[in-house]
Write a protein that binds this ligand. Structure first.
Ligand SMILES: *[C@@H]1O[C@H](CO)[C@@H](O)[C@H](O)[C@H]1NC(C)=O
Ligand SMILES: *[C@@H]1O[C@H](CO)[C@@H](O)[C@H](O)[C@H]1NC(C)=O
Ligand SMILES: *[C@@H]1O[C@H](CO)[C@@H](O)[C@H](O)[C@H]1NC(C)=O
Ligand SMILES: *[C@@H]1O[C@H](CO)[C@@H](O)[C@H](O)[C@H]1NC(C)=O
Ligand SMILES: *[C@@H]1O[C@H](CO)[C@@H](O)[C@H](O)[C@H]1NC(C)=O
Ligand SMILES: *[C@@H]1O[C@H](CO)[C@@H](O)[C@H](O)[C@H]1NC(C)=O
Ligand SMILES: *[C@@H]1O[C@H](CO)[C@@H](O)[C@H](O)[C@H]1NC(C)=O
Ligand SMILES: *[C@@H]1O[C@H](CO)[C@@H](O)[C@H](O)[C@H]1NC(C)=O
Length: 454
């Protein structure tokens, strides 16, 4: 046997032994951060009803307009204390001094990286820890179990980048409560908006990152209008009232009240409507098959409205201005490649989705035009990515780059090590496609081969 062959066999044996889910230790932690963020002060606009959220989308996507510019009244420095909720995992045996800091994209939270579904078959964290890395997956500022805030003028991209930078510094200094060690190297791994923020951090604080893995990313903003239109954004508290907190709406008054809209049809009595549904379901000779009922619930907003009631859990309470995709079909357009994703997982992700704020939408395009970071950068996209590739990353780019993901190289003029990879048959929501973890192994291998071993 040649030595090389022996080594490959050994490597294979290690990988095979490490595939059980039990080989890592995880804990949930809360990280206090103090941030100072120079950001926009936007003029308020009505955003209470779903008619108004759609008007916002119309204004946002209007051709040859820049809503960010139109609403911008001033800049100000936001200063404040916030909590970042995170889940820390480390390999049970190895004590790695390199950590991957995972930042999720719009529509998700920290659980994007570590789903227990199908025996951890869709878990980035599982793959990274198997390969010897520690991970910290955060809920971005404003989202999930991290501090929430005013969706227009507090929860903006820049504030989230500052929070991410604070978390990074605390990891390096051993100041994260619940993690009793320091990390010499922090690799920033993002998905989508989380990749934009990881890139943004590298531009503002090039010293504070040792490597970037940008999944679901490219420098192109030109598909954003299609994305926002396809989402069919609704207020989170109206879309999933039980989970996102109908209470959040009580202090507000929907603008479509009778006073403002005398011609509005009278409000439906909920018990009358429910009674009609019950009658229809019971009517002789008339019934849905369970498949039809499943389709009716899972593929329409009915599924959202009924999801999430749990009398042991407090709703998340997102105020108006926290928006979300209307239903799973809207999410499919942006995130999923039909035929190649796990439908059960997609339904679960719709039930556990997270919102986007108006402030995030108005500021996510404000990232610096280049980063002086000179370390390793790996861009990893689904080849059918919609929001960053327009549905086909291989389509002619009109540039010298071989595909749209590879165009990201132009953001890093310092010309460090750069790689781009397109995961086959995969949409923007990489994690929900059958073959996701095979792609995650590609990422770990790339890191090891480019100076970022655990
Ligand atoms: C920790 O957070 C995960 C979500 O990231 C959740 O599923 C789990 O229940 C939490 N565990 C505890 C003990 O709070
Ligand atoms: C829109 O306006 C904002 C604020 O002035 C600016 O930062 C941004 O670059 C503009 N976007 C485009 C695409 O011109
Ligand atoms: C952060 O969470 C802790 C509880 O873990 C709480 O006491 C504190 O007030 C929170 N801080 C902020 C700024 O919300
Ligand atoms: C992961 O999914 C694949 C394909 O669906 C399946 O063959 C495999 O058994 C699954 N693995 C685990 C650990 O469930
Ligand atoms: C959410 O945060 C609170 C404190 O801010 C903490 O007590 C709780 O464990 C966290 N839950 C999860 C799931 O992270
Ligand atoms: C951070 O980077 C700057 C250049 O951008 C350099 O001058 C400085 O010495 C670096 N600081 C540390 C602590 O590495
Ligand atoms: C409600 O949440 C708890 C955890 O907080 C969970 O154990 C339980 O399964 C949930 N119930 C439903 C109906 O989802
Ligand atoms: C699964 O992903 C791996 C890594 O990108 C790739 O080599 C393989 O061809 C993919 N398999 C399929 C069936 O797409």
């Amino acid at each position: 046997m040649t030595p090389l062959f022996t080594i490959s066999l050994l490597l294979l044996a290690t990988t095979a032994a490490a595939t059980t889910a039990a080989s890592r230790l995880c804990s949930n932690i809360t990280i206090p951060v103090q941030i100072s963020s120079r950001q926009g002060l936007f003029k308020k606009f009505p955003i209470l009803s779903n008619f108004e959220t759609q008007a916002f989308s119309q204004d946002f996507t209007r051709r040859a307009h820049n809503l960010t510019q139109e609403l911008l009244e001033d800049y100000r420095t936001l200063e404040g204390d916030f909590n970042i909720s995170a889940r820390y995992c480390r390999p049970e045996v190895a004590a790695s001094s390199t950590i991957q800091l995972l930042t999720h994209g719009i529509g998700f939270d920290k659980t994007y990286w570590d789903l227990s579904y199908n025996n951890w078959n869709y878990s980035y964290v599982e793959v990274a820890t198997e390969n010897g890395y520690s991970t910290l997956a955060i809920d971005r500022l404003g989202i999930g179990n991290s501090s929430h805030g005013d969706p227009l003028n507090t929860i903006q991209a820049q504030a989230e980048v500052e929070a991410l930078n604070e978390v990074t510094t605390k990891l390096r200094n051993g100041q994260v409560p619940g993690i009793d060690r320091i990390f010499n190297r922090v690799i920033h791994v993002g998905h989508s908006f989380g990749s934009i923020q990881s890139y943004w951090l590298s531009a503002l604080y090039p010293n504070n990152t040792d490597g970037l893995v940008l999944t679901g990313f490219s420098p192109r903003g030109s598909f954003l209008a299609t994305t926002v239109a396809a989402w069919n954004l609704h207020n989170a508290f109206l879309n999933q009232p039980f989970r996102f907190g109908f209470q959040a709406s009580l202090p507000y008054r929907l603008s479509l009240n009778e006073e403002n809209n005398p011609l509005r049809p009278p409000p439906p009595s909920l018990s009358y409507q429910l009674g009609l549904i019950e009658k229809a379901l019971k009517r002789d000779g008339y019934s849905f098959t369970s498949e039809q009922l499943w389709e009716l619930v899972a593929s329409t907003e009915i599924g959202n409205i009924v999801t999430g009631f749990n009398d042991t859990k407090a709703p998340l309470k997102y105020p108006p201005g926290y928006l979300t995709t209307s239903d799973l079909t809207a999410s499919q357009y942006v995130f999923l490649n039909p035929g190649f994703y796990d439908l059960g997982l997609a339904v679960l992700s719709e039930q556990t989705k997270q919102p986007v704020t108006t402030g995030e939408l108005l500021t996510l395009g404000g990232f610096p035009s280049f980063s002086s970071f000179a370390g390793p950068v790996f861009v990893f996209d689904g080849d059918r990515d919609q929001p960053f590739c327009g549905g086909d990353c291989y389509a002619p780019t009109g540039t010298s780059s071989e595909n749209i993901a590879a165009e990201s190289k132009s953001l890093f003029p310092a010309q460090g090590v750069f790689g781009a990879y397109l995961q086959p048959n995969t949409g923007h929501g990489i994690n929900f496609h059958y073959n996701a973890t095979a792609g995650y192994h590609v990422i770990q291998r790339w890191l090891v081969e480019h100076g970022l071993r655990p």
